[in-house]
Design a protein around this ligand. Structure first.
Ligand SMILES: Cc1cc2nc3c(=O)[nH]c(=O)nc-3n(C[C@H](O)[C@H](O)[C@H](O)COP(=O)(O)OP(=O)(O)OC[C@H]3O[C@@H](n4cnc5c(N)ncnc54)[C@H](O)[C@@H]3O)c2cc1C
Length: 387
């Protein structure tokens, strides 16, 4: 592995860093930021700024208008974008669109790409990914999928309920996972304004960084034409992996940027704030926390870069992306938790961005596979000699 950055990637890193500092961070306290994420108006303004800076949807292929970044290049750019709570929204690299863009590029037909993918890459539309269901349906164990798709003439008829569906409110289309009559799973593309789709309510969540928040949705006799099946019938679980392995790695990248931001805030405070006759940072208890932060940030970055490099070599990287997801989500969380501690009372208030990052980041240890499920899956592979 070569860890050096090419001159072009260094320039892109610096350009993204400047863009985030000058055009995005000043909007972090914009009143169009709501408990269910940046409003659509704020999102559009941010996306417009990224478009003007030539940084919009950089992970999409050049043919579609992106920068065609490799996984390693994404690691560098997404960390920079993650430095602001609004950065991933601005660059159009937030979940779930980022993973959906990757999946559609891999498996959608040309007609599906023109209809759904291109407008999303251009930042004009948003999407959602509907897999998780209330009990007894799919959660940590996707094989419990309960939503059904039944063939009827040229259509599939979908029935079921989903929840935690990020960005569903205001999305132009959804990718829906459903179980077929033979027990396999498939993915279906559907416009959100079709009869048979109902957003029941938005869930109150600890995070407020995703436009549209998280919805509970019902599908009642939703008719999807056979032409709108995504990829091949029966390959839903396989495509979920195609989407998730890189998607969980990009979460690691964005949240690394957030953790670095929290660390920088805490470090500045520790240098200036005095207690017991000297700056906080000169107390061993605080400097050890900063040293632990440095180690966690570095460990997370190494796991991200290594796994990204494997994906760039054409490897599936499922085991490594599970490992990176656990290492990063836990290391980055420890960093932010320490930063709250170093900032004292301000760390838990809106006086500092760190409290926002703390609330936004907690769910990262749960979505795209809870830490325990990744350990469970890795443990089985290790014992079976398949790691
Ligand atoms: C903020 C947020 C956004 C989300 N966005 C989406 C989205 O856009 N689309 C979507 O489809 N889903 C989304 N999800 C759902 C997410 O993927 C699920 O919450 C996750 O898969 C866990 O499922 P569950 O909540 O049903 O937990 P459960 O399945 O009920 O599991 C609960 C807990 O049990 C433990 N557990 C489970 N299995 C094991 C095991 N084998 N060994 C040890 N412990 C275990 C884990 O600690 C786990 O956290 C989102 C969730 C959150 C919180």
């Amino acid at each position: 592995m070569d860890f050096s950055l090419s001159p072009a990637l260094l320039e892109l890193q610096q350009r993204t860093r400047r863009f985030i500092a000058e055009q995005v961070i000043p909007l972090e306290r914009d009143p169009r930021q709501t408990p269910h994420g940046p409003s659509e108006a704020l999102r559009r303004e941010l996306v417009g700024r990224a478009r003007a800076a030539g940084l919009l949807t950089p992970h999409a292929s050049r043919e579609l208008g992106g920068l065609g970044l490799t996984h390693v290049e994404k690691a560098v750019v997404f960390e920079e974008a993650g430095y602001s709570t609004l950065g991933p929204t601005a660059l159009n690299i937030h979940a779930p669109d980022e993973g959906n863009i990757h999946l559609l590029e891999q498996v959608a037909t040309d007609a599906q790409k023109e209809r759904w993918l291109r407008p999303m890459v251009q930042g004009h539309t948003r999407s959602c990914f509907a897999m998780t269901e209330p009990a007894p349906g799919a959660g940590a164990d996707p094989s419990m999928l309960a939503t059904t798709a039944v063939r009827d003439g040229d259509d599939y008829v979908i029935n079921g309920r989903k929840w935690f569906i990020t960005g569903a409110e205001g999305a132009a289309f959804a990718i829906v996972m459903a179980r077929m009559e033979d027990g396999s799973a498939s993915m279906f593309l559907t416009d959100m304004d079709r009869p048979g789709i109902r957003i029941e309510r938005l869930m109150d969540a600890m995070d407020s960084c995703f436009t549209g928040g998280h919805a509970v949705m019902g599908f009642e006799n939703l008719r999807v034409p056979a032409a709108d099946v995504l990829g091949e019938l029966g390959k839903g679980f396989k495509y979920a992996q195609v989407r998730l392995a890189p998607a969980r790695l990009t979460h690691c990248m964005r949240w690394l940027g957030q953790a670095r931001r929290a660390h920088d805030e805490a470090l500045a405070y520790a240098r200036e704030r005095q207690a017991f006759g000297k700056p906080l940072g000169e107390h061993e208890g605080v400097s050890f926390m900063l040293a632990d932060n440095d180690m966690d940030l570095h460990t997370a970055r190494l796991h991200i870069w290594h796994t990204a490099w494997l994906l760039d070599q054409g490897q599936k990287g499922n085991f490594e992306s599970s490992r990176a997801k656990v290492v990063c989500s836990e290391a980055e969380w420890r960093v932010v938790d320490r930063c709250v501690q170093i900032l004292g009372g301000q760390g838990v208030t809106g006086e500092r961005i760190v409290a926002r990052i703390f609330s936004d980041m907690r769910a990262f240890r749960i979505y795209d596979g809870p830490s325990e499920v990744h350990r469970y899956s890795m443990g089985r592979k290790i014992v079976a000699g398949r790691a």
